[in-house]
Design a protein around this ligand. Sequence first.
Ligand code: PEP
Ligand code: MG
Length: 748
Amino acid sequence: MPEKRESESRKLLGRLRDTMASDSAGQARLDEITHLIAQSMQTEVCSIYLFRDADTLELCATEGLNDDAVHQTRLRRGEGLVGRVAKTTQIVNTPDAPQTKGFRYMPETGEEVFSSFLGVPIQRLGEAMGVLVVQSKDARKFTADEVYALEVVAMVLAEMTELGAFVSDEAGLSALHQQPKMFRGTSAQEGAAEGNVYLHEPRVVVSNPVADDPEIELQRLEEAVETLRVSVDEMLSGARTADKEQMQVLEAYRMFANSKGWLRRMEEDISRGLSAEAAVEKEQSVARARIGQANDAYLRERLHDLDDLSNRLLRILTGQGQDTGAEVPERAVLVARNIGPGELLEYGRNLKAIVLEDGSVGSHAGIVARALAIPLVIQAKGITTDALNGDPILVDGEQGIVHLRPEDTVMTAFKDKIAMLAKAQDRYTDIRDKPATARCGTTVALQMNAGLMADLPSLESSGAEGVGLFRTELQFLIRNQVPKRSELAALYARVLDAALGKRVVFRTLDIGSDKVLPYMKPQDEPNPALGWRAIRVGLDKPGVLTMQLQALLRAANGRPLTVMFPFVAQYEEYKGAKAALDKAVKREEKLGHLLPATLEVGAMLETPSLAFAPEAFFEEVEFLSIGGNDLKQFFFAADRENERVRKRYDTLNVSFLSFIEMIVLRCNATKTSLSFCGEDAGRPIEAACLAAMGLRTLSMRPASIGPVKSMLMRVNLDDLRAVIEAARDAGKQSVREDVTAYIRSLGS
Ligand code: PEP
Ligand code: MG
């Protein structure tokens, strides 16, 4: 019996394919398809409902219901049995539809005489595109075999819909991927951009869901699964056994790749007439639908793993999307689930904007996006499923909103916004050469953060007084091997050349945590942000640190040099790092190399412990820079990369501001110069409050200098300080509300 069904299934799919290949218009194809399915399933009714917009299903073709109802009958997602199938992406199989909970009577269809009902979702990758329904008069429940057969047909319909097979002016249908869609995410870098979608991991297009010869397809699947297994094993043997999370993912990959159930289901799909890729996608759709329903976080993660694995398998089968990131088209807006800082740097400045489904403001990918001044929206849920390569897209980095395939009116409004932002930028150009002097007469030095050679021209255009933080690790992250000393020396020399005598604070290598170098042996660390990173690595394994210090000394070649050590948590670490520098200086002297005219040495204050270091430390260190990104994460014990907890704690929280004030007082007592170089320095309101707490140097990304300067020029720091103190005395948790009210009272 199953064999008979299988051959029946194959026959039907073959006919569907012929229909698709025919010249008939979209509507004629749909009519023919419902006819073929009803005939093959031996039911009186077969109907196809497709989404007309995000929430409305429309009866688009039917065999057996009233013809007049076609394009008239509409249901909302969740309405009636059909709407329920679309909403839940679960089948409904009932012998007595009118008595089934949720049934909605549609008089125009004449369906009341049909008792049994089987509805399956037409879905692609977990996203419902419509519903396929068969009905008959006799009250019976459809067999598992019949359900399965209809699901396979629905899969083919989904592919056909995706390929636009039913698009016809007459019918007024549009494929789901042609509809405009808006995503509300979170802004991680301001700016607005218009461009075209470029998927970091492109979606594989299955152009032929129906196969001629199941034997050939089974063989193709078998070979592809074998290739997949080998690659997973290779990944596992080359993996960082230390990284528990990565190992967990890879083990899950291996489990799925060897899962008999997964393979068996795909083989069954093939024997019903699907091509190997369509079979993989069908199972992927099932997994995707489950992701949405899984309450358990662990299970959801594993389903994501299965999804990734299916993508890999699809790429092997189709040969598509292997060379991710190779060629970035013009006006590319990168769309991805998530991305690491190294990968993002590879794309460089070729991107107009970045949209991530996950991502976090405090991540290093976020910092790279800001360093590159590329608008970034994170937490745009569902965008990787919806977007197709080349789709027009508008990214509003101010509001964290993304418009995919926008309508003309949205496009026009957006262009106005881009023009307005450009105008605001012009305003900043007017104040570029003015000092950031507040109404009270206090001037704050504004410097910029950098990490790439390409950042240096901004020194001139932004009006920054110098580079307050040069993140040297970005150079290490974009390479496949440790850069040579001579290469680094040449690069640092070019940075100093481009700075034209302005001060550049070179921060020594800050790796570890999420900044993992591809060529370094990974560590087994349960908590890398609190792990072996930055100066801890430099002190324990001084090879790279020494090489870098030598490169810096040579790059200076008689010019002034400023070196800063990251992540110093206690005085001894600073002493150790300073000793390494002294040793490098002595060596250079011995070699007869020119020494820097002046050598300024400082540390980053990124852990609360350093704020309580002995007085001698503050006396010895020449300058300190508060790394607010890390300091805040450790102060509140809230991971900077975890949006959920990061968002809970405001920088303008009185505890944090009081802590900053304490650091200012300690530095003032020892006349140690102090700056702030975390991301908050680039946010106008936060920057003004930091200045009110006593900071006189702020270092930020170049694009923030204009807005921060403009804000500082508006406020009176004494008044602002009084507002902060009043809020603090009143026992407020955050001073934001009061500070915002004060700023508003100033007018524009
Ligand atoms: C910081 O922690 O604030 C900082 C500037 O360093 P990074 O963001 O590179 O860790
Ligand atoms: Mg840091």
